[in-house]
Design a protein around this ligand. Structure first.
Ligand code: IPE
Ligand code: IPE
Ligand code: MG
Length: 250
């Protein structure tokens, strides 16, 4: 596959190797607030602008034949933001799913979530369930939206499920290994992310996929999320393809 990235001075060619595509890409979509601040706008308009980026990234990932895209949309720690910002984010989510659900569906995209959606306000939970139900049989790009998601919370909830199954004699303590443990997480039946992208120049996980990212390749950019576009995703994939993954071997 060949693409062109337009930089201010020149057209840069991006060539991707179809044989070496990451199967699973995870993205920490960060920098909406700073994008708005730079323009003297309220933070919520930064989130709104972030939806444009989201649209473009889903389209590009789908066209590039990526299998799984996991997007960090709302963390378990984001509840500590001002109420009006939390509400605006929930409303934006609902608006997005209502407006774009059908189009995602017609593009064979499957909407899934990771995180505790029971903790979402009812109007948001309902819309999320509706989008999941609508797209559940689709076979194209699988989009995981991380909502009320925290890696530590996911691990603790996984442990509780294991404990319950032990108590009910469904498994024994000896059965537990890394693979079994993974199957109790929200990402059960998905490959670990091959590539994790974080925008906005921050270099941390912020509680995202901490178990699953043990051997994930990391890619950081200063671009703020609302400015991130498909061609930036392709650049990240192109960089990924130049890396040598060793998984502890020589
Ligand atoms: C990411 O942008 C979106 C969410 C966390 C929901 P931020 O809102 O964190 O933007 P910054 O980091 O303040 O710029
Ligand atoms: C991580 O970004 C969460 C999402 C992108 C949804 P944050 O902006 O919440 O993370 P910190 O606070 O900078 O670590
Ligand atoms: Mg942030």
């Amino acid at each position: 596959m060949k693409f062109f990235k337009s930089s201010p001075s020149s057209l840069q060619e991006i060539i991707l190797d179809n044989e070496k595509l990451p199967q699973h890409i995870a993205i920490i979509m960060d920098g909406n607030g700073r994008w708005a601040k730079k323009r003297f706008l309220p933070r919520t308009l930064g989130h709104k602008a972030g939806v444009e980026a989201l649209r473009d990234i889903i389209k590009t990932a789908s066209n590039t034949k990526i299998a799984y895209l996991t997007l960090y949309a709302f963390s378990t720690e984001n509840w500590n933001r001002p109420n009006d910002e939390v509400s605006a984010l929930m409303e934006l989510l609902v608006e997005y799913l209502r407006k774009e659900g059908e189009e995602l569906h017609s593009n064979n995209i499957k909407i899934n979530t990771i995180g505790d959606i029971d903790g979402l306000p009812e109007f948001a939970r309902k819309e999320v369930l509706r989008a999941k139900e609508l797209t559940k049989n689709n076979t194209g790009l699988w989009v995981n939206i991380a909502l009320n998601y925290g890696g530590r919370d996911e691990i603790v909830r996984g442990i509780k499920r294991i404990a319950k199954d032990i108590k009910e004699d469904k498994i024994s303590i000896e059965d537990i290994n890394q693979e079994v443990f993974s199957s109790y997480l929200e990402t059960a039946n998905m490959p670990d992310p091959d590539l994790l992208i974080r925008t906005s120049g921050e270099y941390r996980f912020s509680n995202f996929l901490i178990w699953q990212s043990a051997y994930t390749e990391l890619w950081f950019t200063d671009i703020l999320w609302p400015d991130f576009r498909g061609e930036d995703l392709l650049m990240a994939i192109s960089d990924f393809q130049k890396r040598e993954r060793r998984f502890g071997k020589v």
